[in-house]
Design a protein around this ligand. Structure first.
Ligand SMILES: Cc1ncc(COP(=O)(O)O)c(C=O)c1O
Length: 378
């Protein structure tokens, strides 16, 4: 029996493709990975283990453990400056599940959404899963790798429902500052668009300039903000994220989470609770490590055939390889084969990634140094 067209034409993740090629090869320096090299802190593991030992192994409510929603709401108010109530916070299977639920809630078949190019490839996959259409806006050197409102205005039509923003950005490391956020908010307001703000790297901001766009409205009405434990707390495999939603979006979103995931792994939610309620100082140390790794990359590539802008947040460097005159995928395959360094081709993030590869800073200084030695010989 034939699968429906929507399933047969489903795009795949270019990021995972590279990871799969690199896995299992000996002596590869992995600069393609999108997850922290740090281990989840012991107090988080212990809280989850204790929850399991104490029999907290049943379903939780679909919106999440009440106590986790409460501390997440407090964090969103304190760190992100968004005035949301506990009832507006949903706990999800990572930021990915939150985004999937939101896309499925604000987009109908035939609708369109403004997506960044380059941007995380899952945004496109999610859009297509709901029969909607991506409208790509450029993040390019000419506009400081930030969204340009005039271009956004030229792309929207009467099918457009939402603007997806990602700050700090994967793969660029750019952040939306207050001025840019205000400009984008005014644009979305004028066109009556939802703003889906992916802030899964929110606390990895070296510049101190990242502004949560949701903080620009008195209460969440237009902006849906997504956060995650994965990158910030080194908990990628735990699968816990959370979102702050306008009140009228909560129930429709639960209508997707309930049939698809029922709830997030209960012991993992206790781990996440410990992550948010426990010490936070190590986040500063980790951020400092990423920043030092960033500076190491920038100083080592100075004067070489590579160039890069300095990322303000996240843990990636968007490396310009255009001087090699090779397509980015061919370059990535060549350095994997010849030099045993895995990087992600820029085209895994969209057409504007041609001429770039993404390097991850989420590794040790030693590995980064070896990886750079090899790349500089490429
Ligand atoms: C931009 C961006 N958003 C969201 C996610 C989702 O991460 P998770 O589902 O682990 O929270 C990722 C993961 O790579 C990402 O890069």
């Amino acid at each position: 029996m034939e699968l429906p067209l929507i399933a047969r034409t489903r795009p795949q993740s270019g990021v995972r493709k590279m990871m799969e090629l690199a896995w299992g090869r000996a002596d590869v320096v992995h600069l393609e990975v999108g997850e922290p090299g740090f281990d989840t802190p012991d107090h988080v593991k212990e809280a989850a283990a204790k929850a399991a030992r104490d029999g907290k192994t049943k379903y939780s409510p679909t919106p999440g453990l009440p106590e986790l929603r409460e501390v997440a709401a407090a964090k969103i108010r304190r760190v992100n400056g968004i005035d949301c109530e506990t009832s507006q916070v949903l706990v999800t299977n990572g930021g990915a599940n939150a985004l999937f639920g939101i896309f499925g809630t604000v987009l109908g078949a035939g609708d369109s959404i403004l997506l960044p190019n380059p941007g995380w490839s899952n945004f496109t996959m999610m859009t297509k899963a709901f029969g909607a259409r991506p409208l790509y806006y450029d993040l390019a050197g000419g506009n400081g790798y930030l969204p340009d409102v005039d271009q956004l205005a030229s792309l929207v039509d009467d099918t457009t429902r939402a603007l997806l923003l990602n700050s700090p950005s994967n793969p660029l490391g750019t952040v939306l500052d207050r001025r840019k956020a205000e400009e984008l908010f005014a644009f979305a307001e004028e066109r009556d668009l939802w703003i889906v703000s992916d802030e899964c790297y929110d606390q990895i901001d070296f510049s101190g300039r990242h502004v949560s766009i949701g903080s620009l409205e008195p209460k969440p009405e237009r902006v849906i903000s997504v956060f995650s434990f994965s990158k910030v707390y080194a908990m990628t495999g735990w699968r816990v994220g959370y979102a702050a939603l306008p009140k009228r979006v909560v129930d429709p979103m639960l209508g997707l989470l309930q049939p698809s995931v029922m709830c997030v792994n209960t012991p993992a939610q206790y781990g996440a609770l410990a992550a948010l309620s426990g010490p936070q100082e190590y986040l500063d140390d980790w951020r400092e490590t990423y920043r030092r790794n960033r500076d190491l990359v920038l100083s080592r590539i100075a004067g070489s055939r590579y160039s890069a802008m300095s990322p303000d947040g996240g843990f990636y460097v968007w490396l310009d390889i255009s001087a090699f005159g090779e397509r980015s995928e061919a370059f990535a395959l060549r350095v994997l084969d010849q030099c045993n360094v895995a990087v992600t081709p820029g085209t895994a993030f969209g057409t504007n990634g041609e001429g770039y590869v993404r390097l991850s800073l989420a590794t040790t200084r030693e590995k980064l140094d070896i990886g750079l030695d090899r790349l500089l010989r490429a």
